[in-house]
Design a protein around this ligand. Structure first.
Ligand code: ZN
Length: 449
């Protein structure tokens, strides 16, 4: 019998070659091609895949292995099949080749998150064909459109057909990185995600000929002042229980650790951390884990060199910590706007709150036990995701959702994170082997009596 690792690698290569590139347009993605790969993978296994296609070509599939005990908790393995676009010129090897080169599978999606989607399929097929009788339902879902807010994937299920993919517990992207540097036994587990509140600040001025600027209200100048004020009044840090758990797992020198745990000293301590020879690259993440961030992304003002602009705008990518509300964001921006009476207004009302799952749950305990079994001395390092994933929909529906994997000792948090959406995305065989066997262990243990 081929190993779980080899089955996963072969399937991963095929999924990479399916080129399911989601460029944001509803007509992109083409996840039907990944589904064709999965249908061939499950052919003859007796596993029945339910196809859902809310928009042409945007196909997701779901399979369910019924549990023996109606009262037992169910578990879903949820992987997206879409990938983000590539800039092929930046790649050493072709980005959709799926080639195995020097022990690494190369290609867009290798890390985010086709190796997990392939692992879920391999485990599900093996359990289903081996007569495994789970206590609670085991669900496998390969879903579309995660890279553009899940309109055609879990977001669609969430609004239209939750029962098909529902579960009490979920494993998805992403975890498994070595938080404390190469060989660290602090292994990340995704336990939550920050929320998002994109906003645009619009400024007004007086149009006038630029040859006589004196006394004019110049929207471009006001815009520059607004941006400056936004930097000056950046939200203060919040020290949460969750951050203290992550910090403890990092095992930093005691004095630095103490300063990172204190609201009064953390900002200076992040500066200090950035100079650390091995862990300096964690500084932007430590900042994002402990602050609601307001990033200036798009500035617009003026269209002609000899005209003083009468309007301008700045777009803000705002990511909120757990507990931060829509009203908190509005109050923060209103305080800046109030410094420019009559000249500034705030646009946008989209708000997605942060979410997290409790680390006191049975599934988390099972993850903890499994990590220790596969990596001597390993401990989970609970991490708040700074971006979004499909886990948030499950948490919204009351499920516990965790990002789980076990990557090889070289894959530190920043190395693994920097491969997301980047050129030369690739994953080594040891990471695939540890992850698929670890997942298999979690699933079997969690769904046994
Ligand atoms: Zn992903």
């Amino acid at each position: 019998m081929t190993s779980l690792r080899d089955e996963t690698v072969a399937l991963l290569q095929q999924l990479i070659r399916a080129e399911t590139v989601n460029d944001g347009a509803l007509a992109s993605g083409n996840e039907w091609r990944a589904v064709a790969v999965l249908e061939a993978f499950f052919a003859g296994s007796g596993v029945e895949l339910t196809r859902v296609e809310p928009f042409p070509g945007r196909v997701s599939v779901v399979a369910r292995l019924a549990g023996t005990d109606p009262a037992a908790e169910s578990l879903a393995l949820v992987g997206h099949t879409d990938v983000v676009p590539v800039k092929a010129a930046d790649w050493v090897h072709p980005p959709h080749s799926g080639e195995l080169i020097d022990g690494e599978v190369w290609g867009r999606g290798a890390v985010d998150m086709l190796f997990l989607t392939a692992s879920y399929a391999a485990i599900f097929r093996r359990l289903a064909t081996s007569g495994f009788a789970p206590t609670g339902d085991l669900v496998f879902a390969a879903v579309a459109d995660e890279e553009q807010g899940s309109r055609a994937g879990v977001g669609w299920f969430s609004e239209n057909d939750w029962a098909t993919i529902a579960a009490d517990n979920v494993l998805t992207e992403w975890g498994g990185a070595r938080l404390g540097g190469v060989g660290s036994t602090a292994i990340t587990v995704g336990v939550g995600e920050k929320g998002a509140a994109p906003r645009r600040i619009v400024v007004r001025g007086d149009a006038a000929h630029a040859s006589a600027p004196w006394g004019r209200s110049n929207a471009a100048v006001t815009l520059a002042k607004v941006v400056d004020r936004l930097q000056a009044v950046a939200p203060a840090p919040r020290i949460s229980e969750q951050w203290l758990e992550t910090l403890a797992a990092l095992e930093l020198p005691a004095e630095l650790s103490r300063r990172l745990a204190d609201q009064a000293t953390i900002d200076d301590a992040i500066e200090e951390l950035s100079a650390h020879p091995e862990l300096g690259e964690l500084a932007p993440f430590v900042h994002a884990w402990t602050h609601t961030t307001v990033a200036v992304t798009i500035l617009e003002a003026g269209s002609k060199v000899n005209v003083i602009p009468d309007s301008g705008s700045v777009s803000l990518d705002i990511r909120v910590l757990p507990g931060v509300t829509e009203e908190d964001v509005a109050a923060h921006l209103a305080a800046v706007a109030a410094e420019f009476p009559g000249l500034v207004s705030v646009e946008g009302d989209w708000f997605s709150p942060a979410n997290q799952s409790a680390t006191t749950t049975r599934l988390y305990a099972q993850i903890e036990q499994t990590l220790a079994e596969f990596v001597p001395g390993a401990k989970p390092a609970p991490i708040l995701g700074v971006g979004g994933s499909d886990a948030r929909f499950y948490r919204l529906h009351g499920a516990n959702a965790f990002g789980f994997g076990i990557l090889s000792p070289e894959l530190t948090f920043s190395v693994a994170r920097n491969r997301f959406h980047s050129a030369n995305e690739r994953l080594d065989l040891e990471s695939i082997d540890l992850t698929v066997r670890g997942l298999d262990h979690v699933v079997r243990s969690f769904l046994s009596a």
